[in-house]
Ligand binder design. Structure first.
Ligand code: EZ4
Ligand code: CO
Length: 402
């Protein structure tokens, strides 16, 4: 089953997506997502200039060998660009293998461990009242788990606040927008949001919150402690995780469950976090961490330490990643939850798929492969648009973590 062609398709139905399409002799095709939000074209070049030519003629059945070839062969290991390129190849090859086997991908992975995949949606608002209303709308839509983010009065562009509708895209301009950050206001305001949410809705739903790398370890510990009465499902990215040891301090102080890893690329980024049981959920995802092959290694390692998965699933991960994740989540024994931000109707039209949302869960499709396709005519209607993620500064002008 030789690889005949490997092509990159870039489309922007509201936001940019990079997709790799591989075709093998005999005509089977598979697709993989290579989207790196705000730095898309670097992965396009990596694939087109360096990876695609080396794939031609290789046996598409040898997924593990091709993964090792691209990982070891780069010499410059890891990093978001390399690992997204590897993920795109890996997912396209799993898609092809499952189609050839006439199996949905979850079956090829070992079969279903569950019937449906619990997801969490994103509710946000300009202040506490708006956010409480937004959470109410998610509850009405059937969500069992909801991430809540609120704007902070006086802080311009606090993380996670949308622009008036249910869709939220942080990459909003050709050059980075400037936002402000104020830790004192945030640490005062955020716990009040969760108090208000529990007062209004009780404890029947899971609530989640994303700190988005903004706090120091001791501040994160304090927030975790002050959120304990709200019994969160998790507190995410409470402090930057380049230094995995930082989480020892947070862990010492709070029983609020911790989730980390949406920006991780390999098992090495989370080795100590998992091995020392410093986190409860690992957020690494298929497109970010080297495809099904890379993520499976992380998940199996995490299982030993009772760390569960919580795959990143923002809209900058294309329906190809989401669809593949639903297969992965259906199989993985130590599943926790799946992030789910609905894509726009334009995006859904470019990527026909067979996963479906029902009553707070995603249901996996039964067709062979990962169940997501790309309509190239539709994709061609939306040319690439430069869009970057925002940056954040403190009030005195100091650069901070966005
Ligand atoms: O801000 O994927 O948990 N979800 C997140 C995301 C990230 C975006 C960045 O591109 O933190 O919404
Ligand atoms: Co996040």
């Amino acid at each position: 089953m030789q690889i005949k062609s490997a092509r990159v398709i870039v489309t922007c139905p509201g936001r940019n997506f990079v997709t790799l399409k591989i075709e093998v002799e005999g005509g089977l095709t598979g697709i993989g997502d290579a989207t790196l939000n705000g730095r898309e074209l670097s992965v396009v070049s990596y694939l087109e200039d360096h990876v695609c030519p080396a794939l031609i003629g290789k046996d598409a059945r040898r997924i593990e060998d091709i993964w090792q070839f691209l990982y070891r062969g780069a010499y410059w290991r890891r990093g978001p660009v390399t690992m997204r390129a590897i993920a795109a190849v890996d997912v396209a090859l799993w898609d092809i293998k499952a189609k050839a086997a006439k199996m949905p991908l979850y079956d090829l992975l070992g079969g279903k461990s569950r019937d449906r995949v619990m997801v969490y949606g994103h509710a946000n608002g300009g202040d506490i009242d708006e956010t409480v209303d937004a959470v109410g709308r998610y509850i009405e839509m059937g969500y069992k788990a909801i991430r809540a983010q609120t704007g902070i009065p006086g802080v311009k562009g606090a993380y996670g606040v949308g622009r008036g509708d249910l869709y939220y895209e942080p990459a909003d301009a050709a050059l980075p927008s400037e936002t402000l950050w104020n830790t004192t206001s945030y640490l005062d305001y955020a716990p009040k949001l969760f108090e208000a949410l529990r007062d209004r809705f009780g404890f029947d739903h899971h609530l989640l919150h994303d700190v988005h790398h903004r706090l120091t370890p001791i501040e994160a510990a304090r927030l975790g402690k002050s959120l304990e009465p709200a019994r969160l499902f998790w507190m995410e990215d409470c402090t930057p995780a380049e230094n995995q040891e930082a989480f020892r301090l947070v862990r010492q102080h709070t029983v609020t469950p911790l989730a980390v890893g949406e920006i991780f690329n390999t098992i090495w980024d989370c080795k100590d976090l998992i091995g020392e049981q410093l986190i409860d959920y690992i957020r690494a995802t298929i497109v970010g961490a080297g495809g099904v092959t890379g993520l499976r290694r992380i998940a199996d390692y995490a299982a030993i330490y009772q760390v569960r998965t919580g795959c990143h699933g923002a809209t900058d991960l294309s329906p190809v990643t989401l669809g593949t994740a639903v297969h992965f989540d259906s199989w993985v024994p130590n599943f926790g939850i799946q992030e789910y931000m609905r894509h726009t109707p334009e995006t859904d039209a470019v990527f026909p798929h067979n996963y479906a949302f029902e009553d707070g869960y995603l249901l996996v499709g039964e067709t062979p492969g990962h169940g997501v396709d790309i309509d190239e005519e539709e994709a061609a209607k939306y040319p690439y648009k430069p869009m970057q993620l925002p940056v954040a500064r403190l009030e005195d002008g100091t650069m901070w973590n966005w």
